[in-house]
Every structure is written in C-alpha cells, then in structure tokens.
Write a protein that binds this ligand. Structure first.
Ligand code: 0O2
Length: 236
C-alpha cells in the first residue's frame, strides 16, 4: 500500500472528518516532535556515559498512536470526536519509551530533560512511587516541545514513559496477556502477575544497591580518580 492510501485507510478508522492534508500535517508534526525528544535523550545519555562510564539508557522506542487507538481513547473518555478536541485532549499521540538501567537513572534523565529551556512539563504520573493496583510501574511525563516549521512554531505534546528493564519486561508481557481476546485471566493469575511485579521491583532495588556499592568502592579507592555524576532518586 502506498503512503497516500495508507493515510486514507487510517482516516476511515479515526471516526471523525479530517482532511487528507490535516492528517498528513498531524503525522509530520508528531513525527518531528518524537525525533526532537529522541535526539535530546540520546544527547543526555551520551554525556552521562562520558562522565560515568556507563549508559543510563538501554534503549529508546517510539510510536505514533494509531487512529483506531485514538478513537477508542476519545470514546472511552467521552471526548467529542473532533479534530481540535483530538489535538487538545489526546496527549499521547506521540509516545516515546525509555528503558533505563537503574531506577535512579529514570529520575536523573527526566530531570535533565525537563529543565531544558524549550521543554515544558504538561503532566507527570509516577507509577514507580505509586504503582497501579495491578503492579504496573513506570514513570510517565508528558512534555511540550516546539516544532519549528517554515511558517510557524507549534508546541507538540509527547508522552514519555520511562522504565527499567525489569519494569518493561513485566509491562510488555502483561500487556500481551491482557489483549489476548481468547484468554480469560483468572483472579489467581492476576494476583500472581501483581506479586511478580513486586518481585521484579525488589530486583530493581537490589541491583541498584549493588551498583552503588561497587561505584562507592571504586571511587574511594585511589586508583579511581574520575568524578562520578552524583545520582539520587528524588522524583523530578
Ligand atoms: P498504548 O498502546 O500504549 O498507547 P491519560 O492519558 O493520562 O488521561 P491514560 O491513557 O489511562 O490516561 O494514562 P496512563 O495511566 O498514564 O497510561 C497510559 C499508558 O501507560 C498506556 O497506554 C500503556 O502504555 C501504559 N499503561 C498504563 N497502565 C498499564 C498497565 O496496567 N499495564 C501495562 N502493560 N501498561 C500500562 P495505552 O493507552 O494503553 O495504549
């Protein structure tokens, strides 16, 4: 399918009138915003690596929310199915997922990102400090980032989900299980999943402590003279 028919096919599933031109503009705008955020995250990660001899970001994924998923969310939240309402109310059309090595890296990287002059914090949900009842843990921030076009500048929202490898392992598999329509998840399986999320968080805490002990031992020995950027877990 060529790009033009792909966009018109998506248009059929969005559920409200939107011109081909508008759809293309949205696509370009949100894609640019994702690119800007990814570049900023990669820059921060590289600088961090220079001073700490390790990469705080394991990998970065991104996606544009599908028209079907946008429509479902608008219907679920009883948002009128209009183009303007979509732009105003749906703040996760552009999504970036950042998988970090340690819990402390999540807070460090998010703080460094938010304090950049052209970034505005729109909202923050800390599911690490306050996990969801099912055990889901992740740090979500929605930021506004300017996209400079030839005739105007638009501030575009991007939802950034930050997690450790363990949190991502759990969330990815739980998401797969939840969306298998042929499978009914029993209460006991739900409880096992929730308990597993807790165990994985314990592993996150333990591995971070091991890391900190190793760094502390290395920095107090005279052989290790490089300065290590101090880290803390204070949420942004
Ligand atoms: P997809 O396909 O990931 O885009 P809000 O936007 O804040 O008004 P919302 O969307 O409920 O309301 O926000 P929230 O709670 O921050 O969750 C948004 C996203 O977090 C979800 O996107 C998931 O990616 C992830 N998430 C939240 N809770 C869970 C969970 O219990 N398990 C898993 N695996 N992921 C979760 P979407 O909208 O589901 O879709």
């Amino acid at each position: 399918m060529d790009k033009e028919s792909q966009i018109s096919a998506q248009n059929d599933t969005i559920g409200f009138p939107i011109s081909f031109q508008e759809l293309r503009e949205v696509h370009i705008l949100y894609t640019c915003a994702i690119r800007e955020i990814c570049a900023k995250l990669e820059n921060l990660s590289q600088e961090f690596e220079l001073y700490n001899d390790r990469n705080p970001i394991q990998h970065i994924k991104h996606r544009l929310k599908t028209p079907e998923s946008i429509r479902n969310k608008m219907m679920r939240k009883q948002i009128p199915l209009e183009f303007g309402m979509m732009q105003r109310e749906i703040l996760d059309i552009a999504g970036v997922r950042v998988i970090c090595s340690y819990v402390e890296d999540i807070y460090k990287i998010s703080r460094l990102l938010i304090r950049q002059d052209d970034i505005s914090l729109i909202k923050k949900k800390d599911y690490i400090v306050s996990p969801k009842p099912n055990g889901y843990r992740s740090y979500h921030i929605t930021v506004g980032i300017p996209v400079y076009l030839s005739k105007e500048t638009k501030v575009v929202p991007v939802e950034i989900q930050m997690r450790t490898l363990a949190m991502d392992f759990w969330a990815s598999l739980e998401h797969q299980l939840r969306y298998k329509p042929e499978m009914e998840i029993s209460d006991s399986v739900r409880q096992r999943l929730t308990s597993l999320a807790g165990d994985m968080f314990k592993a996150d805490v333990e591995i971070q402590q091991i890391y900190q002990e190793i760094v502390y031992a290395a920095s107090s020995s005279s052989a290790h003279s490089r300065a290590v950027i101090p880290l803390d877990n204070t949420p942004a």
